[in-house]
Design a protein around this ligand. Structure first.
Ligand code: WTA
Length: 706
């Protein structure tokens, strides 16, 4: 574990960042109108939605979302704030999430595809799973989980799986039983999965033997032994590992099975084939799942999402913002192991009886035409991806989409700020100038979209996420707690004034941290039961233009957004410190043309140890095994010492400036100013520093602590 962050954080206000400074990178762009043909078929075309979802009608406006679900027992209280900010939505109601995503569609849509699985290898055919088929698979797997694995309502299960159809089957089977699933991104290492399994006290891990990625069959099973060992070292015994097979009947892994613990589902499920399990009627506020995410401290935190509030919000935003109809073929390229995949591959689309495409591999395999080929073949009408993928596909084949008969009606981007040039390419070349583009800003904690344009109503503005989604009332607040007015050209912290049904309930096992991290900053009265006193603090910098559109500037904490994946620098630093030669580590973001940001690592060695390539390699290896390949640094710099304040705090901001060839600013107050020039020469060579205008997340990096 990394040492606790010093409380003497040298705070640097972000509120002095003017729109003019930002405009150096991104100038205000022209506005684009939604296409009339799209408007003609859209779910949300009534501009009265703004009034319907105004604060005046809060919280009852969210009945509209609650009413998208089927209830065993209708709720009595739409929002209970008696223990603010631990809110309860749709209190008194009972329902089952799996029933809402599967059973209720059988009469009308039983023969329609719920899921289309597209394997990465092109010689393997896509497979469609109808709602009838999904019902059968989910039921038998639920029977297996209950009767073979002994899982009961309220238990937690860690799911460490790739992008295959068995993943939503697994999640929905858990939801059917009221078992709380915790899906860990398949690309995370065994250690990372094991730590999450321990935190959630999972005694069962569900995994898959292998999967295809970038043309290779990855041996995924090897990581489950490590996960079990890591969980055990943290006090949690995993007594069963349930293993799906990428090629049923054949093991795609060289790892020997551990007898008594490892179970091949394909064989063990046989007695449960065709079994039906009644969906367990769950209280509205029962947790549906945990999703771990990175924050300011070393340990990832388990965001706990509710059954009714989350599902209602997923369904409502999928209907109004993603514009999903049962007739759509909807393809979100995110991974189900992240929140985007939970809400906008699994729960939202399936709650609306949509058809959701699950693609196993990378968008550039075997070439940068793959997304357009898949879209043409399957008739994809809605595309949802991240700026990283857009930048990469554009770079590799800028005219690629022109050769395909794709017919998107609307397209989404999520995960990072998208620069106007990439936005315009997405709109004009991918969407052929007819598809709406929604730039959706939200977070793991928020369950669903917070800022976005309404695709058939609002004008689109490249580079801006847009106004609050229906019923979401964002505000930009400065460091002193004052609201920054629209159009004032000042940046501040984006907050949401009001609660909404998709907001996480708490951090698993750490209610204090939930309160502290998301609400303490601007709360005026800790005893208040009035939601107005508890603005939600998102941890992103933003500006608000005169037209009410929010522009998200990026994280204001120690989180780096790598290709849309949220990584905690403290987690990466902890991994570096597992290398015995390393005394201190600091991780900073570096601007990358395709991935947005990549981590760069600075380490100082213990006394008497000489720098070597072998130590650099050990650091990279430690990061890959503690977290996963996605956290691989662009460089490891072994430095003589870290730049430090007199109170001993490592000045990551200075290192970030050096890595990004920016001016390091005033360093005279440091305890060791000389080391800065030494490090600068080591990283940049002897030449003069090239001055660049800094993106705000880099300029202020490490300036704030939890
Ligand atoms: C960033 C992903 C700019 C932001 C849904 C946020 C964005 C973090 C956007 C959450 C966007 C997400 N424009 N930045 N449209 N969407 N972000 O939890 O910094 O993986 O706080 O949730 O991604 O990442 P997370």
């Amino acid at each position: 574990m990394a040492p606790a962050p010093a409380q003497t954080a040298e705070k640097e206000s972000k509120t002095d960042l003017s729109e003019a400074e930002i405009a150096v990178h991104w100038k205000e762009e022209e506005l684009f109108e939604p296409n009339p043909k799209f408007i003609g078929q859209a779910n949300l075309t009534d501009p009265g939605v703004n009034e319907r979802f105004s604060l005046e009608h809060f919280p009852e406006c969210f009945r509209e979302y609650g009413d998208l679900l089927s209830w065993d027992k209708y709720w009595t209280t739409t929002l209970d704030t008696s223990n603010a900010p631990f809110y309860k939505w749709f209190l008194g109601g009972k329902l089952n999430a799996c029933y809402n995503c599967v059973d209720r569609h059988l009469d009308q849509y039983g023969n329609k595809a719920a899921i289309i699985f597209v394997p990465e290898p092109e010689d393997e055919e896509p497979t469609s799973i109808t709602y009838n088929e999904l019902y059968a698979r989910v039921n038998e797997f639920a029977a297996f989980l209950r009767d073979f694995a002994g899982l009961k309502t309220g238990d937690r299960v860690t799911i460490h799986m790739p992008m295959v159809a068995e993943l939503p089957v697994t999640m929905l089977a858990c939801a059917r039983l009221g078992v709380i699933h915790s899906v860990v991104f398949g690309g995370f290492s065994g250690e990372a999965a094991g730590r999450r399994a321990a935190d959630s006290q999972s005694r069962i891990i569900i995994t898959m033997d292998g999967y295809y990625r970038n043309g290779k069959l990855i041996d995924h099973l090897a990581s489950c032994d490590i996960a079990c060992d890591t969980a055990k070292s943290e006090g949690q015994v995993v007594d069963k590992v349930l293993i799906w097979q990428r090629h049923p009947g054949k093991v795609s892994s060289s790892k020997p099975l551990v007898s008594g613990r490892d179970v091949l589902i394909h064989d063990a499920i046989k007695p449960y084939r065709g079994k039906l399990v009644p969906p367990v009627s769950m209280p509205a506020e029962a947790p549906l799942f945990l999703m771990y995410t990175s924050g300011t401290t070393g340990r990832p935190k388990g965001c706990q999402h509710s059954t009714a509030g989350y599902l209602a919000y997923a369904a409502g935003t999928s209907k109004y913002i993603q514009d999903i109809h049962p007739t759509d073929v909807y393809w979100c390229l995110a991974d189900i192991g992240w929140i985007t995949g939970h809400t906008y591959i699994v729960y939202g689309p399936l709650a609306l009886a949509g058809t959701s495409v699950i693609y196993e591999g990378v968008p550039t395999f075997p070439d940068a035409f793959r997304p357009w080929k898949i879209s043409e073949r399957l008739g994809v009408t809605i595309l949802h991806t991240a700026p990283t993928a857009i930048r990469q596909l554009r770079k590799l084949a800028p005219d690629g989409p022109k050769n395909f008969r794709t017919k998107y009606k609307t397209m989404t981007t999520v995960g990072e700020p998208i620069e106007p040039a990439a936005w315009i390419w997405y709109y004009k070349v991918v969407g052929k100038g007819v598809a709406s583009v929604t730039d959706t800003w939200w977070q793991t904690e928020t369950g669903g979209i917070l800022c976005t344009t309404k695709p058939a109503i609002d004008k689109m503005k490249p580079g801006s996420a847009g106004p609050g989604a229906p019923g979401i009332h964002p505000v930009v607040i400065d460091e002193n707690g004052n609201e920054i007015p629209a159009g004032s050209n000042k940046a501040g912290n984006i907050c949401i004034r009001n609660p909404w049904p998709g907001l996480m309930q708490t951090i698993w096992g750490d209610a204090d941290r939930f309160k502290r991290q998301y609400f303490a900053k601007y709360n005026k009265n800790p005893n208040s039961k009035d939601w107005r006193d508890w603005p939600y603090f998102a941890g992103d910098g933003a500006t608000l233009a005169a037209d009410g559109y929010f522009r998200i500037l990026g994280r204001i904490d120690d989180v780096i957004n790598v290709a849309g994946h949220r990584l905690g620098t403290k987690e990466i630093e902890s991994a570096c410190l597992t290398v015995s030669e390393v005394a201190e580590a600091a991780v900073v973001p570096v601007v990358d043309e395709v991935k947005g940001r990549v981590p760069e690592v600075y380490v100082a060695l213990k006394p008497g140890i000489q720098p070597s390539k072998a130590i650099e390699d050990k650091v990279v290896h430690a990061i890959e095994s503690e977290i996963g390949k996605i956290a691989r640094p662009s460089a490891v710099r072994i430095v003589p010492d870290m730049p430090k304040t007199r109170s001993g705090k490592i000045m990551r901001r200075i290192l970030a400036s050096i890595s990004n060839t920016m001016d390091v600013g005033d360093i005279t107050t440091l305890a060791n100013p000389d080391v800065v020039e030494q490090i600068r020469q080591q990283v940049q060579g002897k030449g003069k520093v090239a001055m660049k205008t800094a993106p705000s997340d880099i300029k202020d990096f490490g300036g704030k602590q939890e």
